[in-house]
Design a protein around this ligand. Structure first.
Ligand SMILES: C[S@@+](CC[C@H](N)C(=O)[O-])C[C@H]1O[C@@H](n2cnc3c(N)ncnc32)[C@H](O)[C@@H]1O
Length: 216
C-alpha cells in the first residue's frame, strides 16, 4: 500500500471508530480491495447528494416501510447501503441489479454488513430482462434512467400500480448517458405514472437531477 493509500485508510478507520459506523468500515474495506477511481465517483459529493435527497424524500413520501426493494443500475451498491444503514426504514431485502459484471463484487463488499445478515444481494442482469411481476418487489428504484435508451420497453415490464422511485438528469455528453432529459415534463412523459407522489429537481454543479416517486 502506498503512503497516500495508508493515509486515507487511517482516516477512514478513525472515522469508522468515531461514528461507530459499520457503513464507514465497509467503505474503508471496499476502498482497500477495489481502489479504482470509479469507486471515488460513486461516492463523490454529487452522487451522495442525489442519493441522500432520494433517501430523505422517500422517507417523507412513504413513511419508510419499504419491504422488498430492487435497485436498478445499482452500480457499486451505494444507495442500497444508504437505505439499509438508515434506521428510519423498515426494509426486508435490497437487491441491487447492474448489467456490468464488475459491479457485483464491489457492491457486495460495500454492503458487507447486510450481505452477512442476508438483507443485501447484488445481481448481474440487464434491467430489460427482469420479470418484475414474478419477483414481487414492493419498491423498484431506478436512478440510472439517463443510461437506458429503451426506457419505454423497461417501463412496460413494470407491473401496474408498482411503487417506483426514479431519477434522471440533463447531463448530456457523458459516456453512457444515452437518455438524458431537459426537464421534469420530458421525464414524466418517458415514465407516465398513474399516481404521482413526488416530483422535484435538484441543481448540482454541472447538471440538474430530476426525481419522480409514484405508482405506475
Ligand atoms: C454510472 S452508474 C449510476 C448513475 C446513476 N445516476 C446513479 O448513481 O444511480 C449507471 C449504471 O447503470 C448500469 N446500467 C445501464 N444500463 C443498464 C441496464 N439496462 N440494466 C442494468 N444496469 C444498467 C451501468 O452498468 C452503470 O453501472
Amino acid at each position: 500500500m502506498s503512503s497516500e493509500d495508508s493515509f486515507y485508510q487511517d482516516i477512514l478507520k478513525g472515522l469508522g471508530v468515531y461514528f461507530d459506523s459499520p457503513f464507514v468500515a465497509d467503505i474503508r474495506e471496499t476502498a482497500e480491495r477495489f481502489p479504482g477511481p470509479d469507486l471515488g465517483f460513486a461516492l463523490n459529493r454529487n452522487q451522495i447528494t442525489s442519493k441522500k435527497w432520494l433517501v430523505d424524500t422517500l422517507f417523507e413520501t412513504t413513511g419508510g416501510k419499504l419491504g422488498r426493494v430492487c435497485i436498478l443500475g445499482g452500480w457499486y451498491g451505494v444507495l442500497g447501503a444508504m437505505l439499509l444503514h438508515d434506521g428510519r426504514f423498515g426494509i426486508e431485502t435490497v437487491c441491487s441489479v447492474d448489467k456490468d459484471p464488475t459491479c457485483e463484487a464491489v457492491a457486495g463488499c460495500l454492503n458487507r454488513t447486510h450481505v452477512d445478515t442476508g438483507k443485501f444481494t447484488s445481481l448481474t442482469a440487464d434491467m430489460l430482462d427482469l420479470d418484475y411481476g414474478e419477483e414481487g418487489f414492493d419498491l423498484v428504484i431506478n436512478t440510472s434512467c439517463e443510461h437506458v435508451e429503451r426506457i419505454g420497453d423497461w417501463f412496460a415490464r413494470v407491473p401496474p400500480e408498482g411503487l417506483l422511485t426514479l431519477q434522471s438528469n440533463n447531463y448530456y455528453g457523458i459516456d453512457g448517458h444515452v437518455n438524458c432529459v431537459d426537464d421534469l415534463g420530458a421525464f414524466k412523459a418517458q415514465v407516465p405514472l398513474s399516481e404521482l407522489l413526488f416530483e422535484g429537481q435538484r441543481e448540482l454543479p454541472s447538471y440538474t437531477r430530476f426525481m419522480l416517486i409514484g405508482r405506475k
